[in-house]
Every structure is written in structure tokens, then in C-alpha cells.
Design a protein around this ligand. Structure first.
Ligand code: BGC
Length: 361
């Protein structure tokens, strides 16, 4: 009887650990930078749609703006036997260590939206055309400027995000010739003024400018920077102003600061992501444009790529991005400019958002 009990207990322990191991097994692991920005919640929702339709097991983890948590997330997914990891890094260079440990286990690593730099441990990159995001912003500002001497205020993303370089470069490609011919006059960046005759900025030159006008992708940093800039600017540096804001979250806080300044008579301000709050700002005339990056496409592309890898196929790519160490094969998605004129067509009629989520459409 005693022996039987021991056997039964041993069997049940074995069965439980087998069930746990089985339940925990993950085919595809996804690591996103933070739950605290609407952009990544949009991606999460789109991933949930594609996950629901796949027979593979998928787990999504958030790194909450911490490279340490990000590393733990990757270790967790390695421990759960993931064959593919899709990762959007919090910090491009710091994530190298995490993906190197995945690669050492034979896992296929897909960099998602943000390119991980300083490592050869990447297999693929799934991204929007980020240079064209910046170019779209620059073109919008250019199209609305008439005459010479238009005040230009420049803001950028986080220095730790490779995308911040691509966005700024894309905008600079359009704006620099117009700064050189006097259409625009930079009002808030000595570094950008230093390089205003240079079209092709080196990474170091870009880093110097971005470092000076960075928002760190943080609403509060953006707000206090804009306040500081408008405090030192003369009334003559205001009037109708042009503002390169790097994304929607920062655009809303910078726009609020410009709107509250008595000497700013009108402002044009850019953004990206088509966040709901910014779509409402655009409808209400508080933000001028956003660059719509359809996260349905990006999430589906990344998952399809992962599934092809699981099936032993080689995913198709259509671009190459250099991450300072290697050329990473990439799948790239185009972007769409959204203003008051096409907001309904692009975001409502396409089913991305529901009209009931907005007022005054
Ligand atoms: C993304 C943007 C986002 C920003 C801040 C960038 O890497 O491409 O869509 O707004 O990070 O999270």
C-alpha cells in the first residue's frame, strides 16, 4: 500500500511537471518596449488578432522601458523553448546582449520596428519605412511654408532608438535645402544650426542634434523642452511657426505649449502613429498631421515571417538595413500622411478605428 502511494505521488508529480512544461512551451516570443505608450498597445492589439488565427503558441512580454527587464523577458522566452523571438528593443545597443543569448540557442531573432544595433545576432528586421516617415513630416512643413524666414523648431526621438536617427534624417533631407535658402530659420537648436549647410549628416552629427533636441519619447521631457525654448525665444521668433515633432505623444504636449504662447499666432506641427488622442487633435485642429503606420500590417508581417521560419521556409525580404555591424535583411512597409482632409478615408473607412471613438468627424 505504502509503495503504491509513493508510486502514485511520484507519477502525479511527473505528470504535473510535464503539464507545466507543456503549458509553458512557446513557439514564438514577442517582446515589446512598454505598455505605457499607446503606440505599443496598438501593436499588442494587432498581434492578438494574428495570434488568435495561428495554431502556434505565442507569448507577448513588455519591458516597461527597462533593458534589464527586456533581458529577463528574452531569457524567459529562451527557457520556454521559443524558436523565434520578435523583439522591439527599448534601447537599440543594450538589446544586443539579450539577442545574442537567444541566437546562441539557435533561436531566429526578428527585430521589430526598432533596429537593434551593434550586433550580428539578428536574422530579420520588420519595419516601416522610417526615413520616409521623417520625409513626410518635412514635406508637410515645407508645403505649408511661404516666403522666407519661417521660424522652425526641431524636436527628435530618443538617442537610444535607431529610428530617431532615421526619422530625423528623413525630415532633414527635405528641410535642409529650405533652411539653406532661408525659407526656414532654426530657432531652438545650436547644433542643427552648426550643421545647417550639410545635407548628408554623419551619425555623429545626427547624434549631436538629436541629443540637443531629444524628447526621449517622453511627453514631459517634450513639454519642458518646448517651454524652455519658448521662454528664451523673442516675440519675433514666434508668429506663425513650424514644428517638427517626432511622434504623436510628444506632438500633443509640444502643441499644447505652443498653443498657450501669446506670441504664437499659428503653428504647423507634425506627428506619427495615428494615436487616437492625436486623431482627435487633428480633427480639432490642434495637431496638423500624423504619419499613419498601419500596425495591422507590421504585426502580420512579423508573425508571418515567424511562421515561415517555424515551417522551415526562408521569409521574403525587400530591403536591407545596416545596424553598424551587419546588413540585416528587412521587410519594409510604406506609410501614409494623415491630415483633416483624409482622416476619415484612411483611419475610419479602412476599419482601423471606429467613427464613434471621435467627436466632430
Ligand atoms: C516608433 C514610433 C514611436 C516611438 C516612441 C519609435 O521607435 O517607431 O512609432 O512613436 O518609437 O515609442
Amino acid at each position: 500500500m505504502k509503495r503504491f502511494l509513493v508510486l502514485a505521488v511520484t507519477l502525479s508529480i511527473l505528470l504535473t511537471s510535464f503539464t507545466v512544461a507543456f503549458a509553458q512551451r512557446v513557439d514564438v516570443g514577442i517582446v515589446l518596449p512598454t505598455r505605457d505608450e499607446p503606440r505599443w498597445l496598438q501593436d499588442m492589439a494587432r498581434f492578438q488578432d494574428v495570434i488568435a488565427a495561428t495554431p502556434y503558441s505565442v507569448e507577448v512580454l513588455f519591458s516597461q522601458g527597462s533593458s534589464a527587464i527586456e533581458r529577463t523577458n528574452v531569457e524567459t522566452l529562451i527557457a520556454k523553448g521559443a524558436d523565434v523571438i520578435i523583439i522591439c528593443a527599448h534601447d537599440a545597443a543594450a538589446a544586443a546582449i539579450a539577442v545574442e543569448s537567444a541566437k546562441a540557442e539557435g533561436i531566429t531573432v526578428i527585430s521589430y520596428d526598432r533596429l537593434i544595433t551593434d550586433t550580428d545576432a539578428l536574422d530579420y528586421y520588420v519595419t516601416f519605412d522610417s526615413v520616409s516617415v521623417g520625409a513626410a513630416m518635412g514635406e508637410y512643413l515645407a508645403a505649408n511654408a511661404t516666403g522666407k524666414g519661417n521660424p522652425l523648431y526641431l524636436y527628435a526621438g530618443a538617442l537610444t532608438d535607431n529610428n530617431a536617427f532615421l526619422f530625423f534624417q528623413g525630415a532633414w533631407n527635405v528641410l535642409q535645402p529650405l533652411i539653406a535658402d532661408g525659407t526656414f530659420v532654426i530657432k531652438n537648436s545650436a547644433q542643427a544650426q552648426n550643421h545647417q549647410d550639410t545635407l548628408e549628416l554623419s551619425r555623429e552629427q545626427l547624434a549631436a542634434i538629436i541629443g540637443e533636441v531629444t524628447t526621449d519619447w517622453d511627453f514631459n521631457v517634450a513639454k519642458s523642452k518646448a517651454e524652455a525654448h519658448l521662454t528664451v525665444a523673442e516675440a519675433a521668433d514666434k508668429g506663425e511657426v513650424f514644428v517638427l515633432a517626432p511622434n504623436d505623444g510628444t506632438a500633443r504636449s509640444i502643441a499644447d505649449v505652443f498653443a498657450a504662447d501669446a506670441h504664437v499666432t499659428n503653428y504647423f506641427i507634425t506627428g506619427q502613429d495615428a494615436e487616437k488622442a492625436s486623431v482627435q487633435y487633428i480633427i480639432d485642429g490642434q495637431q496638423s498631421m500624423t504619419v499613419f503606420k498601419d500596425t495591422r500590417t507590421l504585426a502580420a508581417d512579423a508573425m508571418n515571417m515567424a511562421i515561415e521560419v517555424l515551417q522551415g521556409k526562408t521569409p521574403a525580404t525587400d530591403a536591407v538595413y545596416n545596424n553598424l555591424v551587419m546588413d540585416v535583411p528587412a521587410k519594409q512597409t510604406p506609410v501614409v500622411i494623415v491630415t483633416q482632409d483624409n482622416v476619415r478615408d484612411v483611419l475610419i473607412d479602412s476599419g482601423y478605428y471606429d467613427a464613434s471613438e471621435f467627436t466632430g468627424l
